[in-house]
Design a protein around this ligand. Structure first.
Ligand code: PEP
Ligand code: MN
Length: 337
């Protein structure tokens, strides 16, 4: 239920929040520019008791939220959310480019990559220290040592970094190093992990599951937000279809659909979305025009030697050229890097 307040005074709002909580609901406060709204989230069966709060003097109206995703949806919060990632931000006209290798492979590899992506204009460094691999025999990541290298790369370049946690138990350690926690496509419906990152104090990058609908994607974001973490960025990274020319089918229509339903920023990953380095540029540019708030691009100084995803990784020179083209497009769509 959405409780639209007639009054903005703290005392009146606190009183209504206490009544909502007394009925067993979680109250999420949304302080809009024009009005204060309280989202009462909980068991729908008792909603008639919430509706009765309309008789309180400082309540304008109590209306149901129609979509199953409540905190993520635009019904509750009309304006675009801006999520802070270290010294940068994404959403509401702020475009971000997260770039770096698929996996952190060595000290020198991540430091060198961080420097080249920074020079080309990236705003966030990416790199996996814990890798969710299809085969248990493939490289699994440098783990804690990888996090240390990423932190050093941040120290030398000033770039905040995003990196993945693959189990709920890892969240605390990964959070202590990173600027943004990543939940990978394979874990989009790992509800224990979603709850754990929902309790974290760092922003979360949630990637769309390769077999998930947009509705399921938004419901996973709802899990994170319902635990108290409102700093969520969505990432479209391609879905599995019958097509075999590309590793996944990059669903760019998800961008305007999600913009319609949700206030959360959405970025696009054309690297995992296509699986081929030469398709990354065209799809990255298409994503900008489709309305994305940012990009995630795999870059490797020597893709031919990469431990994972070399075929879809851009060389520094290609990345730098692409960044110039993206800067031009950003003028056209009215966003700034
Ligand atoms: C990644 O970004 O490192 C990754 C593993 O991607 P995805 O979860 O989208 O497959
Ligand atoms: Mn990868």
């Amino acid at each position: 239920m959405i409780i639209v307040m007639a009054s903005r005074s703290k005392e009146d709002v606190d009183y209504v929040v206490s009544r909502v909580e007394a009925l067993g609901y979680k109250a999420h406060l949304i302080l809009g520019v024009e009005r204060t709204v309280i989202a009462a989230v909980g068991d729908e069966r008792e909603k008639f008791r919430l509706q009765a709060l309309e008789s309180l003097p400082h309540v304008e109206k109590v209306v149901p939220i129609l979509k199953p995703f409540k905190l993520v949806g635009r019904e509750l919060k009309k304006e675009d959310s801006v999520v802070e990632i270290g010294n940068t931000s994404v959403g509401g006209g702020n475009f971000c480019v997260m770039a770096g290798p698929c996996s952190v492979e060595s000290h020198d590899q991540i430091i060198e990559t961080a420097q080249v992506v920074k020079e080309a204009g990236a705003t966030v460094l990416r790199g996996g220290a814990y890798k969710p691999r299809t085969s248990p025999y493939s490289f699994q990541g440098l783990e804690k040592e990888g996090l240390e290298f990423l932190a050093e790369a941040r120290g030398t370049t000033g770039l905040p970094f995003v990196t993945e946690a693959i189990t709920p138990e890892q969240v605390e350690l990964v959070e202590s190093y990173c600027d943004m926690l990543q939940v990978g496509a394979r874990n989009m419906q790992n509800y224990g992990l979603l709850k754990a990152v929902g309790r974290a104090k760092k922003p979360v990058l949630l990637k769309r599951g390769m077999m998930s609908t947009i509705n399921e994607f938004l419901m996973s974001a709802e899990y994170i937000m319902s635990e108290g973490n409102s700093q969520v960025v969505l990432c479209e990274r391609g879905i599995r279809t019958f097509e075999t020319e590309t590793r996944n089918t990059l669903d760019l229509s998800a961008v305007p659909v999600i913009k319609k339903y949700s206030h959360l920023p959405i970025i696009v990953d054309p690297s995992h979305g296509t699986g081929h380095w030469d398709l990354v540029g065209p799809m990255a540019k298409a994503a900008v025009v489709a309305g994305a708030d940012g990009l995630m691009i795999e870059v490797h100084p020597h893709p031919e030697n990469a431990f994972s995803d070399g075929a879809q990784s851009l060389k520094p020179g290609h990345f730098s050229e692409l960044m110039k083209e993206i800067s031009e497009l950003l003028k056209f769509v009215g966003k700034t890097l």
